[in-house]
Structures are given as C-alpha cells and as structure tokens.
Design a protein around this ligand. Structure first.
Ligand code: TA6
Length: 301
C-alpha cells in the first residue's frame, strides 16, 4: 500500500469511526491499523488479515506475542497476535494453510463504546472473485474485537450461499510468556489430543502441559477455558472460549523456529500458542443463511 493511499484511507476511516478510544493510522509496513486505547486496556488491530496484533490490560505487561521478524507485506500473514484461520484450520491439499482470511484486507464496519467502557471494533470480509477462485462459496465473515480489561474476539461466519457449507478455523493466538520451559498450561488434563507431530495420532494428556520440545497438538476439548501459568512474569492468563470443541497448543521449539523466516531463532522461548479452534472433526456445516460464532476471551486472572 503506497503512503499516499494509506494516508487517505486512514483519514477516511477516522472521519467515519474515530472516537476518544479508537483511531486509525499507518502501522508496520505502512499497513492501516486501528489503535484502541481506553482506561482498561490498549490494543492494535491490522486490517490486513483482520488481525489483532497486540493487547495490554491497563497496568499489565503485553499479553500477546509478536515476532520481531514479522513481515508486514500482504499477502503474507503477520506472525503474531491472533491470525484468523478460516474457513479451515491447518494444511489442505492444494490450498493455502489455515485458509484465506488471514492474507486478505478486511474492511471496517463499525466501532462503538460498550456499557463497561470497553471499545468494540467490527471488521468484515465477504466473498469476491478472488476468494471464490480459491474457495467457491458465498459468505460473510465478521470479527468483533472488544477491548477492555479483557480481549474478546468473536468470529462470526454467515453462509450466504444456496447450499450447505462446512466451516472450520481457529483464533490462532500467540501469547507472551517469560520462559517456555517454566510455563504450564492447565485445563487440558486427561483430555484426548491429536498429535500433529505424529500423524495426528490420538493420545491422552497426562497432567498439565509442560514444554521440553516442540508441541503441536489438537486437544479434543469441550471445556470452556484453559490457563497459562507463567511464574517468570508472575501471572496467569485465562483463555476462555465459546463455539469451539478443540484447542490447539503449539510451540515450535528450536528447529521449527529456525526454519521460519519471520520468527527469531530464540523466539520459541517466550511464546506459546493457545488456539481456540474448530479443527479436525470439530467443523460446522452451515445451511444457507445459517451462522456460526467462534469466540475467544483473554484475560489476566
Ligand atoms: O497451530 C499450529 C500450526 O498448525 C503449526 O503446525 C504451525 O504450522 C503453525 O500452525 C503456524 O502455521 P503458519 O502457517 O502460520 O506458519
């Protein structure tokens, strides 16, 4: 995006949507972003990919992790925050991994201040010739981002076609931790999972999750939340969810981190992904006109 067009776009967006708590400006790579700042918290959301890039409750350290080597150049997805994986999670023969939503520009559909003084931003993506060439369906997708002491993301899919459509995906959130080898994930004890490092072999989680190597698992998890225990940053992050029966846990560890060009070699030490998903068999078949909402709620507890 050229500087001139980005400047004009931000001026137009601010004319329509700016308030005391939200404004639009050029971010990394000159890409347009919403900057949300209210008494309870701050966040930045890029229109590219409809991607929350940061979240920080008032008085706390940043909660989301962003790669220092992230590339802000469409169509490459931004490495950090919450990439929106949709309408599928993971690899799909002949299609882009994690779907088509995270490498396209979303539009701003509205902003509002909620009763509790949190700030809500609504972004939208609907089908066009380009998306239909990749995935031949008519849809409307909205991401509602609500920022306060919590970060709430609601991903709402509506099937606007004449035939049923199968929808999967994930809110693929990267969290900052002080040290991965001292981090514990609670809430998935005794849960079955598919081990993506072993051909999605079905296994069972013994006790809380700790990290001594690469972890890439789809937990068949119907509970409503997990928690990240971080003794280094002396905090616990609660990751609540609705509309999801699978939770993905991922840390690339040394070799996978070194293999990614937009990920620092030592970046694995201070991040973990907890992804609120509709992955594997946890997909939704929507009749024409039907909708599905996938929700993730992040807060310090
Ligand atoms: O969420 C885990 C995962 O599916 C891993 O297998 C890894 O591929 C990660 O997503 C990141 O995928 P990306 O396409 O963003 O590099």
């Amino acid at each position: 995006m050229s500087y001139g067009s980005a400047k004009a776009m931000n001026e137009e967006l601010n004319e329509s949507f700016e308030s005391d708590a939200i404004r639009f400006e050029s971010g990394e790579g000159g890409l347009p972003k919403a900057v949300i700042n209210n008494l309870a918290g701050t966040a930045e959301v890029y229109l590219h990919g409809g991607q929350v890039a940061s979240f920080q409750p008032a008085g706390a350290a940043p909660v989301l992790w962003m790669s220092e080597e992230a590339v802000f150049a469409p169509p490459k997805p931004i490495r950090g925050g919450t990439p929106v994986c949709w309408p599928w999670f993971g690899p799909k023969e002949g299609f882009p991994q994690h779907g088509l939503a995270r490498n396209r520009e979303w539009s701003v559909r509205g902003t509002s201040t909620m009763g509790d003084s949190s700030t809500k931003l609504v972004l939208g993506l609907s089908d066009d010739d380009d998306t239909r060439a990749v995935w031949p369906h008519t849809f409307d997708l909205e991401l509602w981002v609500t920022v306060g002491a919590q970060l709430r993301m609601d991903l709402r899919t509506r099937n606007r076609g004449e035939t049923p459509v199968e929808i999967g995906g994930a809110l693929h959130t990267y969290f900052t931790v002080g040290a991965i080898d001292q981090t514990t994930i609670h809430g998935l004890e005794d849960c079955e999972y598919l081990d993506s490092l072993a051909g999605r072999e079905r296994k069972r989680q013994e006790g809380p999750i700790r990290f001594t190597g690469e972890v890439d698992r789809i937990y068949l998890d119907r509970s409503d939340h997990t928690e990240i225990e971080d003794p280094v940053l002396q905090r616990r992050i609660r990751v609540g969810k609705e509309g999801s029966a699978t939770t993905v846990v991922w840390n690339p560890w040394i070799d996978k981190a070194a293999a990614m060009d937009d990920f620092p070699n030592d970046g694995y030490q201070t991040m973990v992904c907890i992804e609120t998903a509709n992955a594997a068999d946890d997909v939704h078949t929507l009749a024409p006109g039907e909708q599905h909402v996938l929700t993730q709620i992040v807060e310090l507890v």
